[in-house]
Design a protein around this ligand. Sequence first.
Ligand SMILES: Nc1nc2c(ncn2[C@@H]2O[C@H](COP(=O)(O)OP(=O)(O)O)[C@@H](O)[C@H]2O)c(=O)[nH]1
Ligand SMILES: [Mg+2]
Length: 483
Amino acid sequence: MFDNLSEKFSDAFKTLQGKSRLSEDNIEEAMGMVRKALLEADVNFKVVKSFTAAVKEKALGEKVLSGVNPSEQFIKIVQDELGAVMGVESEEVDWEKPGLKVVLVVGLNGQGKTTFSGKLSNFLRTKKKKESLLVPADTFRPAAKDQLITLAKQIDVDWFDSDLSMHPKDIALAAIAEAKKLHKDVLIIDTAGRLHVDEALMLQIKEVKEAIKGENPEVLLVADAMTGQEAVNVAKSFHETIGLTGVVLSKMDSDARGGAALSIRHVTGVPIRFISMGEKMKDLELFHPDRLASRILDMGDVVSLVEKAQENIDEKEAEKMMKNLEKGKFTVDDFMKQMDMIGKLGSMSGILKMIPGMGGMLRQVGDLSPAEDEMKRMRVIINSMTKQERDDYKLVKESRIKRIAAGSGNTENAVKDFIAKFRQMEKMMGGMMQMMKGGGMPGMPGMPGMPGGGAPGFRQQPGMGKKPKKGKGKGPWGGGFFK
Ligand SMILES: Nc1nc2c(ncn2[C@@H]2O[C@H](COP(=O)(O)OP(=O)(O)O)[C@@H](O)[C@H]2O)c(=O)[nH]1
Ligand SMILES: [Mg+2]
C-alpha cells in the first residue's frame, strides 16, 4: 500500500539527516520532495498546498527538543499532519443506537459495493455482535442479486429475497419492514452502479434515500482507492446530489498510490469509515487516520498487527507450542502451526509492513513471493509426512525420503533440503529459547493485552522481535535499523 509514497517520503527525510536544527533553508529541499511525492501520488493539489503549509509552519515553529534530532522531529510533524488531513480519530459509525440501523451502499460499477455489503455484515457480527439483513437492490444488473446471496450464504447471514421488478425504493421499504419483523439490528442495502456518474443513477438513489429518510440512513459510498482523483470527484458528485455520511475505500490492497485516501476527507468533508483490503469477507478494517499515516511513513502499525494476532491466533494452540518449546522441543507440526498462524494474519508482505521499518527493507528485497512459494512447497512435503515423522523428523531417512518425495510430487533432493532447513530451524529455536530463559529475548515489547505467554508462534518469527526502540538512538531512517 502506497509503497511509492513511502519511499519518496523516506528520501525526503534523509535530506535532514545531520542537521542540527530545522530552518527555512534546510527544510526547503525536504518540503519540495514531500510536495512532489504527494502530487505524484495523485493527491489533490489543494490538499497538497494546505498540507505543506501546515508542515512548514509547524516545523519552523517547533522548539528544539533535546534528545530528538531534527529529522525525527520533522517526521513526527509530517505524520501528525498526514493523520489530520485524512480525518479525526472518532469517526466510527454509531452502531449502538437502539432500533434498526439502515445502511445504503452506493457507488459506481465495479468499485466493490456488493463485496463491501457482505464484508460489513460479517464485520458487524464478528466485531459488534450485530445481526444484519442483506438486501440486493441492484435492479440494473440482476446478477448482482446472486452475487450478494452467494456472499450471504458464505458468511451465513440472512438476505432479503428482493423482487427485482420493483423500484429499488420499494424494495428498500419492504426490506425495512422485514428486518423489523425479524428484529435485525442492521439493514444493508446494496444498490446499482453505473460506469460513470449519470443522472438516471443519481435520481434512483435519491428516490431510495428520500423514501427511507425516516430511518435516518447511513449512506456509504464505496470508492476504488486505485482510481485516485477520479474517486474524489465521484465522492464529490454523490455528496452534492445525495448526501453521504461516509466513504469506504476499497482495493487498498492493490497498488493504490494514496491520492484518494489523502484527499477525499479534505475535499468533500465526508469521513472515511472503512478500508477494504482484499476480496475475502474478513478483509475489512475500520479506518484509523493515524495508523494509516504511520504505515505510509513506514513506521509500521503495531497496534493493528496485535489486534489481528489476537483475533486470529488460537491461544490454546499457542500455549501448547510454548510448552513444547520450553521443553526444548520443536517439531514439524509446531512449524506447520506457525506457518498457519502467520497465514491467518494475511500475506507475508502485508504483515511485515506493519512492523516499523520493515517497509523500507521490503522495498529493497523486492518480491516476497519466492518465500511464499517456498512455504507452500514445504507445506506439501509436510502433508506427506506421517504423524510419527512430524513428531521426530530424524526418522526421515532414505526410504522415507523416497516415499515423501513421491507422495508430495517433489524430488528427493527437495525433501532432503527441507529436512536440512528444518534442522537449522530447530537449532535457531533452541538458541532462542535459551535467550528467553536468560531474559534476553525482546519478543514484541509493549504488546498490549497479549496474554502471559503471548502467542509464541508469532513471537518467535526471526526478526520480528527486533523492533527499533522509539525515541532512542536513530529512527528507522536515521542511519537505518534495517538498512
Ligand atoms: N483486491 C480487491 N478486490 C476487491 C475489493 N473489493 C472488491 N473487489 C473486487 O472487485 C470486483 C468488483 O466488486 P463488486 O463488489 O462486485 O463491485 P460492485 O459492482 O460495486 O458491486 C470484484 O471482483 C471483487 O472481488 C478489495 O478490497 N480488494
Ligand atoms: Mg454490485
